[in-house]
Design a binder for this molecule. Structure first.
Ligand SMILES: C[S@@+](CC[C@H](N)C(=O)[O-])C[C@H]1O[C@@H](n2cnc3c(N)ncnc32)[C@H](O)[C@@H]1O
Length: 239
C-alpha cells in the first residue's frame, strides 16, 4: 500500500469507517503503546487551548472511543456537556461502554453538522480525525458555525516533523515500527499502514491555518508538540 494515493470522497470515508470499525476494540491499547501514554498529555493541551471552563458545552468530532471526550467532560464538570460524534459505530460502542453523565455520543459525519444549531457550543475539538477527512473546508466551516462568537475551535493532529532528528525518529517509528506493531496487536495490517500514509498526505501546518481562517476562524495559531510529530491548531470564531 506504500506510496499509493489514498482515495477521496465517499470511497475514503468508507475505507476509514470500516477500518475503525475493525480496530475499535484494540484502539485505545494501541494508542497507549504507540504514544507511550503521551496522548493523555496531548489531550490536556487540547483542553488548555480550548480555554474550557466548568459548565462549558463542547463538541468533540471524530470522537472515536471517547478518549479526549472523557477528558473534556471532566474539565467542564457536571454543569457542562460534551457531545461526541463519530461515523464508526464500533468506535462509538467502545465509547459508550465508559459512560459519563455529562457526555452524549451520536453517530454522524463530522462534515455534516446540519442537525446542530448555530453557536450551540463554547468550543469544538477534533483529535486525530482531520487527516482522515478530505473536505477540510466542510469540516472547519461546520465547526466554526456551531461555536458561539468567541468560541474556540481546536485541531490536534499527527504531523511530519521538520527537524532532521525528529524526521529520523519518525521514519523509524511511524514508517517501520507502527505498521508492524499495529498489525500484530490489532490483527489489521492495513489500518496501521494507512496511518503513516494519511499523515504524509495531510496538508502542511501553515496550509491548515489558512483553511481554518477562510472558514470563519480568527487569531489562528498552531504549535508543534513532541518534537514536531503533533500539531495543535487553534482558532476563535469572530465576535
Ligand atoms: C484516530 S481516531 C481518533 C479518535 C479520538 N478523537 C481520539 O482522540 O482517540 C479517528 C476517528 O475519526 C473518525 N472519523 C474519521 N472521519 C470521520 C468523519 N468524516 N466523520 C465522523 N468520524 C470520522 C473515525 O471513525 C475514528 O473513530
Amino acid at each position: 500500500m506504500s506510496g499509493r494515493n489514498l482515495p477521496t470522497g465517499r470511497e475514503r470515508a468508507a475505507l476509514v469507517e470500516e477500518m475503525f470499525d475493525r480496530i475499535a476494540g484494540r484502539y485505545e491499547l494501541l494508542n497507549t503503546v504507540m504514544t507511550g501514554g503521551m496522548h493523555h498529555l496531548w489531550n490536556r493541551k487540547v483542553i488548555a487551548a480550548a480555554n474550557l471552563l466548568p459548565g462549558d458545552w463542547v463538541l468533540d468530532l471524530a470522537c472515536g472511543t471517547g478518549s479526549l471526550t472523557r477528558d473534556l467532560a471532566r474539565r467542564v464538570g457536571p454543569e457542562g456537556y460534551v457531545l461526541g460524534i463519530d461515523f464508526s459505530r464500533e468506535m462509538l460502542r467502545c465509547a459508550e461502554a465508559k459512560p459519563l453523565p455529562n457526555v452524549e455520543y451520536r453517530h454522524g459525519d463530522a462534515t455534516d453538522l446540519r442537525e446542530i444549531r448555530d453557536a450551540a457550543f463554547d468550543a469544538a475539538t477534533i483529535a486525530y480525525g482531520a487527516r482522515n477527512i478530505p473536505d477540510l473546508d466542510a469540516l472547519f466551516s461546520g465547526m466554526s458555525r456551531v461555536v458561539r462568537p468567541g468560541g474556540r475551535v481546536v485541531c490536534l493532529e499527527i504531523a511530519t516533523p521538520e527537524s532532521r532528528a525528529s524526521q529520523m525518529f519518525y521514519g523509524l517509528w511511524f514508517d517501520r515500527a507502527v505498521p508492524k506493531l499495529g498489525a500484530r496487536i490489532s490483527g489489521d495490517p492495513e489500518a496501521y499502514t494507512y496511518l503513516p500514509e494519511s499523515v504524509k498526505e495531510f496538508v502542511a501546518a501553515d496550509d491548515l491555518s489558512g483553511i481554518m481562517e477562510r472558514n470563519g476562524l480568527q487569531d489562528v495559531t498552531y504549535r508543534r508538540l513532541a518534537g514536531g510529530i503533533i500539531t495543535l491548531h487553534r482558532g476563535v470564531r469572530g465576535l
